[in-house]
Design a protein around this ligand. Sequence first.
Ligand SMILES: Cc1cc2nc3c(=O)[nH]c(=O)nc-3n(C[C@H](O)[C@H](O)[C@H](O)COP(=O)(O)OP(=O)(O)OC[C@H]3O[C@@H](n4cnc5c(N)ncnc54)[C@H](O)[C@@H]3O)c2cc1C
Length: 437
Amino acid sequence: MADHESFDAIIIGAGIIGANIGFELSKAGYRTLNIDKLPAAGYGSTGNSCAIIRTHYSTWAGVAMAYEGLFYWKNWADYLETDDERGLAQFIYCGGVYLGDTDRYTDKVLPLFDEIGVPYEVWDMETLAERFPVFDFGSYSPPKRVEDDDFWAEPAEQLQTAVYSPAAGYVSDPQLSTHNLQRAAEAKGGEFRFNTEVTAIPSAEGRVTGVALADGTTIDAPIVVNVAGPHSFVINQLAGVADSMKIKTKALRHEVHHVPAPEGFDFEDNPSLVGDDDLGTYFRPEVGNHILVGSQDPDCDPQIWVSDPDDFAREVSSDQWENQVMRLARRLPTLGVPGDKKGVVDLYDVSDDWIPIYDRTDLDGFYVAIGTSGNQFKNASVAAYCMAQLIQQVEEGHDHDADPVTVVGIHIGLELNLGAYSRNREINRDSSFSVLG
Ligand SMILES: Cc1cc2nc3c(=O)[nH]c(=O)nc-3n(C[C@H](O)[C@H](O)[C@H](O)COP(=O)(O)OP(=O)(O)OC[C@H]3O[C@@H](n4cnc5c(N)ncnc54)[C@H](O)[C@@H]3O)c2cc1C
């Protein structure tokens, strides 16, 4: 390997978004290199993603991007324009039902669905009971912890309505979908290097010049993109841009648990996403008639911020297991809570307002696709398409900070203003400030 290889663009990270940016840039004619310190594509936080695709975000930009993003998954094989010897990840297009916090839906989400054209129905409890006979329909809001006596109290009220949207589903295997993108990028000439750690980001005269690696070599490129997931703040520090960004990112520990579906509830045959705002959980089917259950970060739960993304507790904790699985058991009273705690633990790369940063930086040629806040797996392809447009226009001299780049979604035809994802935006108060975005 020569000491000074050079590429048109280096992408730090080969998670779902990094690999997808590699694909979009190589499709646009750039000679790209994705570098990842792990042994394969999608082995970072992407590999532990629940890979849920849904559109109920709290802002216009959030809903529009997610709805645009859904069509990439629907057209996955065509989008990739290539095969993968491991097969293609499947999009289980099953729809989703959302329970509780009716004000958030009626005041915010449903008007956005109407404006953008996302299909939905408001269901009464009879319809919900027909589809999910094993559910308990009590209203337990606000979410509580099991050590709180009120957690065990009978609900004073019942849920009144639920929102159903067919525009939702999940991807069968997030790591495989990232491998699919690697193969798609390679088919366009993109390269990937694994087990390779970026340790410095050199620059000269206000412009990035490439990356330096742990083995002491450097690789030159006039464009470097930080797509390092929960390590995004570390990479920004290496590039010297962390202080010049108004919106910051940091790593938050998150657990997802894995339990068998209750007796008589064939969740795999009757799949749906369930967003349970009332109990602060979300859940979806997993192979073998199991259920994956995650947290919507209710206020009562402690947030575990991690200062070193290479050093955090990777085992399922008894505390979070008990709270999350017992919340699920309130909704599914026949759920047998297994003694054996199973699940995954990984990090979200959270921005100050839980909305991503897709942007340039004050260092010319250094771009970021970060702050994905536990909710951007679904948007990988639309985000990558937007990043490729942004990079091309900025490199051609466009002043994105003064006049934000706009991109017309190739599927729904709506104009996406990338100023919504600026590193220097004001904190977006319309955000849910949670994984819901
Ligand atoms: C538990 C969990 C559940 C989630 N569920 C959902 C969901 O249901 N739906 C949804 O839309 N989103 C979900 N997300 C969020 C989603 O998975 C992420 O937004 C997405 O995977 C981020 O992809 P990425 O490519 O940006 O980052 P990552 O997949 O984290 O990839 C970053 C890569 O950068 C590499 N890297 C870091 N530093 C260096 C370095 N110095 N040198 C070389 N390489 C480096 C890492 O090794 C890593 O592979 C979830 C996230 C988690 C953790």
